[in-house]
Design a protein around this ligand. Structure first.
Ligand code: AMP
Length: 272
């Protein structure tokens, strides 16, 4: 495995290869990230993983300075998984001053997670545009766990005629049902129990739907009842164009939950 810090070096190496899979991450690699890496390794000649805690997607009051970092472990995991290139740039080498930017569509990026985090998705799309242009991957792998993110990235790629397949990978969970996340290290016993309730309420909702309950209002009420003791940001059922649905249609909808636990925002969802 080669570790590269310099974007131009990455660009020059990537130019020579036509079958590239790309897995962008912010590091503190866990089994969720590893599932994306495995999927890429299986389907591409070379796999590039990036680890970059992207400053522009954090708001001022968020955990940018404290975001979990496990550089040595991450390198070991990537080596073990047979990653070909690990890209770990410094922020100064990615961003210049007075640069042009893409702007996420305000209708779809200032709702849900973007409602309390305005400009978050602008930061996500801008860094991905840069990384995509450096690497020019044929396939890029994203988790369904960050549903709004993967749908917005898919939209950007299609809108700008970028020749990249955005592959949506299943959410990997702990044995207790919680979606794996680098931020789970902030959890204590009480907040772990709360997050178990979040994932369980999604599994219950799916079971109700499969038994025939299709009215969104009823499903949302059942979920809200299960997590009523928590600081809930939202519970929504949307389609892949972010439209709220009055009735669930199987294979078209996503149930999304966002809660705050000790000032950290946790999201989970289930794709029906
Ligand atoms: P992050 O490092 O949190 O920015 O995540 C990097 C990528 O891993 C994103 O595409 C995430 O959606 C994905 N990811 C994070 N957690 C999981 C999970 N539990 N299962 C599957 N993919 C995940």
């Amino acid at each position: 495995m080669i570790i590269i810090e310099n974007p131009i070096e990455l660009f020059n190496i990537c130019k020579k290869e036509n079958s590239k899979g790309f897995v962008p991450t912010m590091g503190a690699i866990h089994k969720g990230h590893i599932s994306l890496i495995k999927e890429s390794i299986q389907n591409n000649k070379i796999t590039i993983v990036s680890i970059f805690i992207n400053p522009t997607q954090f708001l001022e009051n968020e955990d940018f300075g404290q975001y979990p970092q496990k550089k040595d472990d991450d390198i070991d995991i990537c080596k073990k998984e047979n990653v070909d290139i690990l890209f770990m740039p410094l922020a100064d080498s990615i961003y210049g001053i007075n640069e042009p930017k893409v702007q996420a569509n305000s209708i779809t990026s200032y709702i849900l997670d973007g409602f309390k985090r305005p400009s978050h998705f602008d930061g996500v799309l801008n860094v991905l545009l840069k990384l995509f242009n450096l690497i020019k991957p044929q396939n890029a792998y994203f988790g369904k766990k960050d549903a709004q993110q993967v749908l917005l990235v898919d939209k950007m790629v299609k809108s700008f005629f970028m020749d990249i397949n955005i592959i949506k990978c299943e959410t990997i969970r702990e044995d207790n049902g919680i979606a794996m996340s680098s931020r789970n290290i902030y959890l204590d016993d009480i907040s772990t129990k709360d997050l178990i309730k979040v994932s369980q309420s999604l599994f219950d909702a799916k079971a109700f739907i499969l038994k025939g309950e299709l009215k969104s209002e009823n499903i949302i009420n059942i979920i809200k009842e299960n997590i009523k003791s928590m600081d809930v940001n939202y519970v929504h059922i949307i389609d892949k164009a972010f439209k709220k649905c009055n009735y669930v249609r199987i294979s078209n909808n996503i149930i999304l939950i966002s809660v705050n636990i000790k000032k950290i925002n946790y999201i989970d969802n289930i794709w029906i």
